[in-house]
Write a protein that binds this ligand. Structure first.
Ligand code: NCD
Length: 297
């Protein structure tokens, strides 16, 4: 396996090995011990056509911790702005012999197309509403850490704009594969066609789930306004202290969080909220993915 476009590009065994590596990297980062520069002399390009805070910096820090050199292509000032096709841009970058190109694009399918034209590994950092494999892998890693590897039969509610979310898509495949029951909670316009259990009412499932994953409404992908206002959405779907009470439920969110619309301030500061742990785990997980794709050929 050379490219990572979707979570199902990796077998379950491959993912177990990646999670083991991520655990080792995470422990080394935490205790400050030295990390072998196994990607010394490797060059990685980041090519981001959509905004990003966490994912791009997380990949960059992961690459640097392993000793790789990172080159960021400034898309706003690149030749795609002069009419060059995306495939030509990728082929030109590939002709400089990088080891990997990390791509984010607003259109589903772009990383897959580029992977047909490059020698370098293409790593999907999010394409449209299609897939975000490293986000789902870091969510799985966070859950495995929290539940000490025991995910079989655990129930997770994914809440929000599921239909337009690449994070939801990748997690539905991956968490299901690792034995979890996924329940989708959303208003009708945000629910995809699915065979999974669904509900429009979060109250219906709050007593039975172990985890709630809240998602941001993907307004950039809506062709028209889907809710009277985000406040109206929040009154039905915001995860609040009143809703969760003292229940033993942990909260995930891929970020960026719409405060008091996705999750309330008080819960964001609660120890059951794992949002910043997800971010920390993201670096270790991406180190393991880069090692696998670039080094373990
Ligand atoms: C997500 C994304 O870009 O898909 N963010 C991320 O990568 N952490 C989710 C989102 O933008 O809502």
């Amino acid at each position: 396996m050379k490219h990572l476009i979707r979570t199902d590009d990796f077998t379950t065994l491959e993912i177990e090995a990646i999670l083991e590596d991520a655990k080792l990297f995470s422990a080394k980062i935490e205790d400050g011990s030295g990390i072998d520069k196994i990607l010394k002399d490797k060059i990685i390009i980041t090519l981001f056509f959509e905004n990003s805070t966490r994912t791009r910096s997380s990949f960059e820090i992961a690459a640097k911790r392993l000793g790789a050199e990172i080159v960021h292509l400034d898309v706003a000032n690149s030749s795609t702005k002069k009419g060059e096709t995306l495939v030509d841009t990728a082929m030109n970058l590939d002709a400089m012999n990088p080891h990997a190109i990390i791509v984010r694009h607003q259109n589903s399918g772009v990383p897959k197309i580029l992977s047909n034209h490059t020698k370098a590994s293409i790593i999907n950092a999010g394409d449209g509403a299609h897939a975000h494999p490293t986000q789902a892998l870091l969510d799985l890693f966070t859950l495995k850490k929290h539940f000490e590897n025991d995910l079989r039969g655990k129930k997770i509610a994914i809440v929000g704009d599921i239909k337009n979310s690449r994070v939801a898509n990748s997690n539905i495949e991956l968490l299901g594969r690792f034995g979890m029951e996924v329940i989708l909670v959303a208003p009708p316009q945000f629910l995809p066609k699915t065979t999974l259990r669904t509900t429009h009412y979060i109250n219906e499932i709050v007593d039975e789930v172990d985890i709630i994953m809240s998602l941001r409404t993907q307004t950039e992908r809506h062709s028209s306004q889907t809710y009277a206002s985000l406040k109206d959405y929040a009154s039905d779907f915001c995860i609040t202290t009143e809703l969760i009470g003292q229940r033993d439920i942990i909260l995930l969110h891929p970020g960026p969080v719409h405060r008091n619309i996705d999750i309330c301030d008080a819960l964001l500061a609660d120890k059951r909220c794992k949002v910043l742990e997800q971010v920390s785990n993201g670096v270790a997980l991406r180190m393991a993915v880069l090692k696998k794709l670039i080094n373990d050929i």
